[in-house]
Design a protein around this ligand. Structure first.
Ligand code: XMP
Length: 538
């Protein structure tokens, strides 16, 4: 999809916070996107951003292999804001000094905005109208660095300091180049949003046009132009991403869209039934028609569970299982498409984090798990992908969904992985295990809802361990499976903490599962964060 005309480029030097910078700027209503630090200058100019932010990063500017920018970036007359490593890079480029042996400074610090009395009144005024406009003195900022600036280049001056950092914020008087030693993007920096807003809106002169309504209208126009009168299919898993994608495409092309819901046999209890029901109740006849088409969305339901389970037989390795599920999914879609006339496009709910992972500073990041919805289609299918959510984060998808009239209850459901219960039964999958897991998972989720705490966690589910242990029920010895309950808090799934669920609640869920689900005699709760664990068990 075309990007809005006003935008901020984030050059990524490997900071764990790069995505956060993007999100914070988008929250201000300004489009922002990430590219690797070594993006050629011509490509940057081609994008025509209003300003550039250098992210932080773990390297030291003095190491030989530290990431460097194309230095012509300093000659193109665009506002630049360097954060942490980005600040040090700017200072080094213009001839200042960085201390390599300084101690690490990590945590909160109080920011003193400088009021240098030697400065002429006009400059003081200019400074106040700049990066720190309306930022109060002694606000809290978040530091996380080892190297630090010890002397400034010519034409630079200090605009703020902290107890440990004389150069917490600097400014090149001649150009619109700024540097911050602290991280304005993290929530601990209490007035960070204001600082970013000053940079993006006042200094870079961006209009705040990144709004759900504009996104929807622009996307509808683009899809119409791209698709014309051709036919499109959308594989609808029933999750938020594919549903929002489908509705968006439907708004653009109406009847020329056919959605296909495939039951891969790895769904939760009643999942496929509920998807079809939700579809009939909410999407079949979408009223009021907020945007263009509204009306009926066509849905085909395909029960392919037998094929999936047959092909998975005998496989234990998670990566093998993921590949089999991904390939079978493509085979089933291909078969369905061949039954329809003139299909030229396939809609996929790819999100921005999937896209930037492959362009991150480390290069295509090492494969931790193969997520089957990333990786494209075999060429033989001759279908072009439509990925209307490719530029969006999950929270933005929810906002778009809301604007499209999809219920919030649906939009705020926990994420569910493409390979479904296939990666929640450790080792080989069979019908008996699937049935046990479905029942246990249903009880857990049902009770989270009953206790009104479903939305307190980011994701919750049950996992079946193929490990039998001894128990006693009534007077009988049992030798049965173990169920793991997993619940995490997170903002985006990239990192997560185990949810501190109430002990009485856990006990209640455990009792219900052991009493009601045949084949389970033990329930454990996973108390590992991500990292070092992942959210799913496979
Ligand atoms: P992990 O286990 O990697 O999960 O910490 C992070 C988030 O991604 C989901 N997930 C997947 N989603 N296909 C998907 O569509 C997959 O293969 C897959 N594996 C994990 C997981 O549920 C969590 O929300």
């Amino acid at each position: 999809m075309d990007r809005p005309s006003d935008k901020i480029l984030i050059l990524d030097f490997g900071s764990q916070y790069s995505q956060l910078i993007v999100r914070k700027i988008r929250e201000l209503g300004v489009f922002s996107y990430i590219k690797p630090f070594n993006t050629p200058i011509d490509e940057i100019l081609g994008d025509n951003p209003n300003g550039i932010i250098f992210s932080g990063g773990p390297a030291s500017v003095y190491s030989i292999d530290s990431p460097k920018v194309d230095e012509r970036i300093f000659d193109i007359n665009l506002p630049i804001l360097g954060i942490c490593y980005g600040l040090q890079l700017i200072v080094q480029h213009f001839g200042g000094d960085i201390d390599r042996s300084a101690q690490r400074e990590f945590g909160r610090a109080e920011l003193q905005v400088s009021f240098d009395n030697d400065l002429p009144a006009t400059l003081k005024l200019k400074r106040q109208a700049g990066l720190f406009k309306d930022v109060s003195n002694n606000s809290i900022v978040w530091m996380s660095h080892s190297d630090k600036v010890v002397s400034l280049p010519k034409d630079f001056s200090v605009i703020a300091s902290t107890l440990n950092s004389d150069f917490a914020a600097v400014w090149n008087k001649k150009e619109k180049i700024f540097g911050l030693q602290f991280h304005p993007e993290v929530n601990h920096t209490t007035e960070g949003k204001k600082i970013l807003q000053n940079f993006v809106v006042d200094i870079c002169k961006c209009n705040r046009t990144w709004q759900p309504k504009n996104f929807i209208e622009n996307t509808i126009t683009e899809i119409k132009e791209k698709v014309g009168s051709d036919k499109v299919v959308c594989a609808l898993s029933g999750g938020v991403d594919s549903t929002v994608s489908a509705v968006l495409v439907h708004e653009a092309i109406g009847d020329n869209l056919t959605c296909i819901h495939i039951d891969n046999g790895l769904m939760r209890k009643d999942e496929s039934k509920n998807v079809v029901k939700f579809f009939q109740e909410n999407l079949h006849s979408r009223l009021p028609h907020r945007y263009e088409c509204g009306g009926q969305v066509k849905l085909r339901f395909v029960d392919a569970s037998k094929i999936f389970l047959e092909r998975l037989k005998g496989f234990e390795d998670p990566e093998d299982k993921r590949k089999i599920i991904g390939n079978t999914f493509i085979d089933v879609i291909e078969e369905e498409v061949s039954n329809l006339d003139d299909v030229k496009f396939l809609v996929q709910g790819t999100l921005y984090p999937d896209v930037i992972e492959s362009v991150s500073v480390k290069g295509p990041s090492s494969v931790i798990k193969t997520h089957h919805n990333v990786g494209g289609l075999p060429e033989r299918m001759k279908l072009t992908l439509i990925e209307p959510l490719r530029e969006l984060f999950k929270d933005e998808v929810r906002l778009i969904g809301k604007e499209l009239g999809i219920s919030e209850e649906f939009l705020n459901r926990h994420p569910f992985p493409g390979p479904g219960l296939g990666v929640r039964i450790l080792g080989e999958i069979d019908e008996v295990k699937l049935e046990i897991l479905r029942e246990a998972d249903f009880i857990f989720i049902n009770e989270l809802n009953n206790f009104g705490i479903y939305h307190n966690v980011w994701q919750a589910f049950a996992v079946l361990l193929p490990v039998k242990s001894v128990g006693v029920m009534g007077d009988e010895r049992t030798y049965e499976n173990t169920i793991v309950l997993r619940a995490v808090t997170s903002t985006d799934g990239m990192t997560a903490d185990w949810a501190k669920l109430d002990q009485d609640f856990l006990q209640h869920v455990s009792n219900r599962i052991v009493n009601e689900v045949r084949g389970v005699n033990r329930v454990v709760y996973d108390i590992t964060s991500k990292p070092p664990a992942t959210i799913e068990w496979e």
